[in-house]
Design a protein around this ligand. Structure first.
Ligand SMILES: Nc1ncnc2c1ncn2[C@@H]1O[C@H](COP(=O)(O)OP(=O)(O)O)[C@@H](O)[C@H]1O
Ligand SMILES: [Mg+2]
Length: 331
């Protein structure tokens, strides 16, 4: 098999890190349209599998056609003996070694204008210049938390830490900025229903972030400028069965994830409306999929399962509330 060609223009830049490992940018692939590339290295906690991520992300890219959310193209997998490490290792910190790694399209950060807006709104005054000028804060992706409110404005808190990396934007903040929260809710629902019923995976721990669109950024006038919603991080996704065990897995993954999705049983009209939009879109997309691709199963039974998935999430709400609250206060 032919290997994807890579080009580097100097030392690789660490653009992220998680349990699975580290993620590095400053790579491009000159093939087809030149595309910015990240390499995700399996150098984190043992037991996390980039092979699984590569498999799931490849499936998402090849068998689904999401209309409302972008997924980074899944480009290649590297093992520790891959000849391309000779080119890459000199650009990583000294002592780095070959390992399993995945190459995928880089999600480009939101625009400078968006970063300025986030800094103006949320960054403690004494940190502003540093955050605006520091290189690491340029790689700003914005996590969209439609399922959680920010209780205190961070500016009111002790100003110890502020970062634009994976900036957590909560529902009340997104509403304050008049961002299109209903569109985000629909897009997440389309993505989740597609992962469940087309890819047949639980979508555990997937992330939803705002980044630049694939095309030309900076074109329109919303508070964060032109941006797109992206979905990433599939290494924890596990296969599900189209039966009751699948519903349990779906609800567990829904409540176990960070609070990207709207929550059922909203305490005010706006949050209930957001849930209604999310659940209606989930069921619309899910039904369309199971009718078009029943995979040898009974479409009526599958349709009932799509409805029941939403029911199961709604029923398991109170149990998960205590979990979510505990998580919030230990952050
Ligand atoms: N394709 C990508 N483009 C840009 N940034 C990325 C990309 N993939 C990951 N990142 C950044 O790196 C972080 C860690 O990557 P992630 O896939 O979430 O790893 P983990 O599985 O360890 O959580 C992400 O939260 C994101 O900020
Ligand atoms: Mg992650």
């Amino acid at each position: 098999m032919r290997l994807l060609t890579l080009e580097t223009s100097g030392p690789l830049e660490r653009v992220g890190a998680g349990h699975c490992g580290s993620v590095w940018g400053n790579l491009t692939s000159p093939e087809a349209d030149p595309i910015p590339v990240v390499i995700k290295r399996e150098d984190g906690a043992p037991g996390r599998s980039l092979r699984n991520e590569f498999l799931v992300q490849s499936q998402v890219c090849s068998i689904t056609s999401l209309e409302q959310v972008l997924v980074p193209s899944c480009l290649d997998f590297m093992e520790n003996q891959d000849p391309r490490w000779c080119q890459i290792l000199p650009q990583l910190p000294d002592g780095s070694q070959g390992c399993n790694a995945m190459l995928s399209e880089k999600i480009q950060p939101v625009s400078i204008r968006a970063r300025r807006t986030l800094i103006e709104n949320y960054c403690p005054d004494e940190l502003r210049d540093h955050i605006l000028n520091s290189k690491e804060n340029r790689h700003c992706l914005v996590r969209v938390y439609l399922g959680r409110k920010r209780l205190l404005n961070p500016k009111q808190r002790q100003a110890r830490f502020f970062s634009l990396r994976n900036f957590p934007l909560h529902i009340n903040q997104a509403e304050e900025m008049a961002l299109p929260c209903e569109s985000y809710a629909k897009a997440m629902a389309e993505a989740l229903a597609t992962l469940h019923w087309k890819v047949r995976t639980d979508a555990a721990d997937v992330e939803f972030v705002l980044g630049s669109p694939r095309g030309d950024p900076e074109a329109n006038t919303s508070a964060l400028g032109e941006h797109s919603l992206w979905m990433l991080d599939f290494d924890c996704s596990r296969p599900i069965q189209a039966d009751d065990s699948g519903l349990t897995a779906i609800a567990k993954a829904f409540w176990g994830n960070d609070p990207y999705y709207p929550r059922p049983h909203g305490t005010n009209g706006r949050s209930q409306k957001l849930w209604d939009i999310f659940s209606a879109e989930y069921q619309r997309v899910g039904l369309e999929i199971v009718r078009a691709y029943p995979m040898g199963e009974n479409p009526e039974r599958l349709s009932n399962l799509v409805h029941a998935a939403i029911g199961r999430i709604e029923e398991t709400h109170s149990h998960s509330q205590s979990l979510a609250i505990a998580k919030y206060f230990t952050q």
